[in-house]
Design a protein around this ligand. Sequence first.
Ligand code: PLP
Length: 378
Amino acid sequence: MIPYSRQYIDSNDIKHVVKTLKSKLITQGPIIEKFEKLICKFVGAKYAVAVSSCSAGLHIAAMAGKLNKTKKLLTSPNSFCSTANAGIHCSAKVDFADINIETGNISLINLKQKMRKNKYKMLIPVHFAGLPVDMKHLKKITPKKTIIIEDAAHALGANYKDGSKIGCCKYSDMTVFSFHPVKSITTGEGGIVTTNNKGLYENLKILRSHGIVKNFAKKNKTNPWYYEMQTLGFHYRITDIQCALGISQLKKINGFIRRRRKIAEYYDKFFIKFKNCKPLQLHQRNLSANHLYVLKINFKKIKKSRKKVMEILKKKGISTQVHYIPIYSHPFYREKRKINLSNMSSYYEQCLSIPIFYSLNKKQQNYIIKSFKEIVEN
Ligand SMILES: Cc1ncc(COP(=O)(O)O)c(C=O)c1O
């Protein structure tokens, strides 16, 4: 079976992890900070706080940005639920802007309209499928006091139009990445928050670990064993074992991104000629991390449901996925209020993610293209 995505682990990755397993500290040792520094260097940010997942990172980023029950969060419905959940975990009100039908990213036109009518404490744009939102423009239309957090779960290795890397926080307060196995690089499970703001950085570190503050003894203030829980935090820590894998994976990221782009461009060449389906995010492969390859398929025209198409593909050994069910249509959100955003719902009716990952070879790609031709073009 060809999966829609898969991690790539080589002998160097295994060597790094085994070395850490044989070392004295396997959880809160020196490797976490080393990984944080390397991510900072790669993306061009001042600070980074590695955490147990991107979901955890989004939660503490929203908390550090002072989102609370009196405030509102505005985000994209075309994402995994943890993007919006970050707001719910802070007891905030969560609202959604529609998406741009060409990119699947949040629509800056709708965002502007919404911000004209409402006051939002926080915005979380999502770089969907690895394609950067136009953050320069987004920042320009957003009130100065609004906190901007980039959900870059799909976008490690992607670039803004000016060539700088997503995560440098040039146009935002914080950026959050995921290291889940299907992402640009993996630590098994894991995530990281980057920022250029020292205050946010200190806050994130405390929230990651129970709200506990240590190091009083270092400043000769009190007993060596003393620590204080100063706020309510979480156990959102990542381990040295995971970060050892992250460090090794990060060495390969440029090759990973190059290969993903090649795969996407090769697909584009063929799918652009199809009548009943069209690639999403065509022409923007050079900026993107190309985390997903999404086709918009006219299921009505081909007289086959998405379920049927997925079943036929599965029988042929090709696994596909749907990214995403609009967050507002999950029962938890649906019960609260009725939202229907027209671009999002029409996109959802058509989308299907097909395999893209580092080790996907030409033969497999040709087989996928040929199978699609038989199913959707006949
Ligand atoms: C856009 C987006 N945001 C957040 C997350 C959460 O990431 P994690 O699984 O690392 O918590 C995901 C996970 O797939 C995602 O796709």
